[in-house]
Design a protein around this ligand. Structure first.
Ligand code: ADP
Ligand code: ZN
Ligand code: MG
Length: 478
């Protein structure tokens, strides 16, 4: 049989760190990047005799996420202990939720190359993050940092509804964008705020689902896509060779582009879940849920619709801009300051998106702000610079963000719009290119473009292109 006879099945378990100020069961700070063990207390270090108290914001954020993904919110929920030993888990159990998660039965709509598709969400539950082990290069061994221990997480478990790496990527992007819009997580994948366990299986079309393998803690779109493609092909090869897939946890190796079985206890774990006796049940009233529902901000879908109507953007452009709350806010804010939202949109769709793609940068990491982008647009509108210099200014904004006004002064990029100066260049270029002049006079309009190009070269791109065009035509008419 060939690969086309197989179907690929993917389900994701996504962990998102919530952006609450304090941890889930104590009042330690959650900020990323602090010196090791400076954001800890007896509770999150699991000292004997300490008791957890649930942070109300965590419930609120999880309910928000549930409502934004069309889940049912459970009125009666609770916390359970998930027991396992690992050095980054000081209590030797993680407080999570087992049989009564906060949210169940939702879905997210994704757009694929074959149209829209709904991906089911099995459940969303709250839990605490573990600490971090840092390898000690000097002393050998590992050092434990508990700053992350007790940082609140939601785990969003999808149904096995995806059928390709492309669909999995779309799902994760959509989920990320929703969580960013409702402001429950900063979703910084490079900081581990958003990470996915990727479950993959294959089966012959028409037959039952195959056994799945799981790749844990993946935090880049590119690796997820590569890993799914590799793993699906590997499974097909095993089956085609008469072998069987065993359910196991795999590690994706970015360098070799292959998956490897994990040696440790991750496989076939018995977590001995039971209700946490230190925490009370979570009971939510109708008013509480209703209140959160009413406080939900505008979601990407509805922003997109608004852009189509208000700004007459095309479906495709509106989709690019609203795919990230950050881009979309940048668009609206810079649009308002510059009073030229159309131009701002063009920058975002073309050059800004291109640079983000080329450098694999998440929009949230754009280093310049709306005011600086607006200033760039206004400088072009006023004719202080032309749009090709504008592109250079944009690159500067990515490199070392500062006021565009300052950049062009410092670099000497101000557009030459002085009649005398333009004329000087035009005459010089005309004299140096008699053949092009002859061509133009013989009716070859393309020669004009060449001459303008030469003049631009001469002025290092700073000449006003409209003025050049006009002056060349005038001079050659003489
Ligand atoms: P566990 O925590 O043991 O991994 P869960 O039930 O929490 O189990 O998560 C299972 C994940 O695996 C879900 O995202 C689900 O959609 C996915 N999944 C289940 N069966 C398959 C399958 N046959 N192929 C691919 N993914 C699957
Ligand atoms: Zn603490
Ligand atoms: Mg799993």
């Amino acid at each position: 049989m060939s690969r086309e006879d197989y179907e690929i099945v993917i389900g994701l378990e996504v962990h998102a760190e919530l952006s609450t100020k304090t941890k889930i069961f104590c009042s330690c700070k959650t900020a990323f990047g602090g010196a090791p063990n400076t954001q800890v207390c007896p509770i999150c270090m699991a000292m004997p005799g300490t008791l957890p108290v649930l942070n109300e914001k965590v419930v609120e954020y999880a309910v928000k996420a549930g409502l934004a993904t069309n889940c049912e919110i459970e009125r009666n929920s609770k916390n359970d202990r998930k027991n396992y030993f690992y050095p980054d888990l000081p209590k030797s159990y993680q407080i999570s939720q087992y049989d009564k998660p906060l949210c169940i039965g939702g879905n997210i709509e994704i757009e694929t190359s074959n149209g829209t598709k709904k991906i089911g969400i099995t459940r969303i539950h709250i839990e605490e993050d573990a600490g971090k082990l840092n390898h000690d290069d000097l002393g050998g061994g590992s050092l434990v940092d508990l700053n992350r221990a007790g940082v609140p997480l939601i785990e969003i478990v999808s149904e096995p509804d995806m059928r390709s790496a492309e669909e999995a990527e779309h799902y994760l992007r959509k989920l990320k964008s929703i969580l960013e819009y409702i402001e429950v997580s900063d979703c910084k994948m490079e900081e581990g705020s958003l990470r996915a366990d990727v479950n993959v299986s294959v089966h012959k079309k028409g037959e039952a689902f195959g056994q799945r393998t799981e790749m844990k803690n993946m935090n880049s779109f590119r690796s997820i896509v590569r890993a799914i493609d590799y793993e699906a092909n590997r499974q097909i090869d095993v089956i085609e060779a008469g072998g069987e897939i065993v359910q196991e946890t795999l590690r994706w190796d970015e360098v070799s582009g292959k998956t490897f079985p994990m040696r440790d206890k991750e496989n076939a774990q018995d977590y001995r879940y039971f209700p946490d006796p230190d925490l009370v049940a979570i009971k939510l009233s109708e008013e509480y849920i209703e209140h959160i529902k009413n406080s939900l901000p505008e979601l990407p879908e509805s922003r997109k619709k608004r852009y189509l109507e208000e700004y007459k953007l095309s479906e495709k452009d509106a989709k690019i801009i609203t795919s990230s709350k950050y881009l979309s806010d940048l668009f609206e804010q810079a649009g308002e300051i510059s009073e030229n939202i159309k131009a701002v949109g063009n920058w975002i769709i073309s050059d800004i998106s291109r640079i983000l793609n080329e450098t694999e940068t998440d929009p949230i990491a754009i280093p310049f702000d709306a005011k600086q982008l607006a200033e760039l647009v206004m400088l072009i509108d006023k004719g202080t610079i032309n749009s090709s210099i504008g592109k250079k200014v944009l690159e500067e904004l990515f490199e070392n963000p500062r006021s565009p006004e300052e950049i062009i002064k410092e670099k000497g990029w101000i557009q030459i719009s002085d009649e005398g100066a333009i004329k000087e260049v035009v005459l010089k270029v005309l004299e140096a290119n008699p053949q092009s002049v002859a061509d133009y006079k013989a009716g070859k309009d393309r020669a004009l473009g060449f001459l303008v190009g030469q003049a631009m070269k001469e002025t290092k791109g700073k000449a006003n292109p409209q003025m050049l065009n006009k002056m060349f035509v005038e001079e050659m008419k003489k």
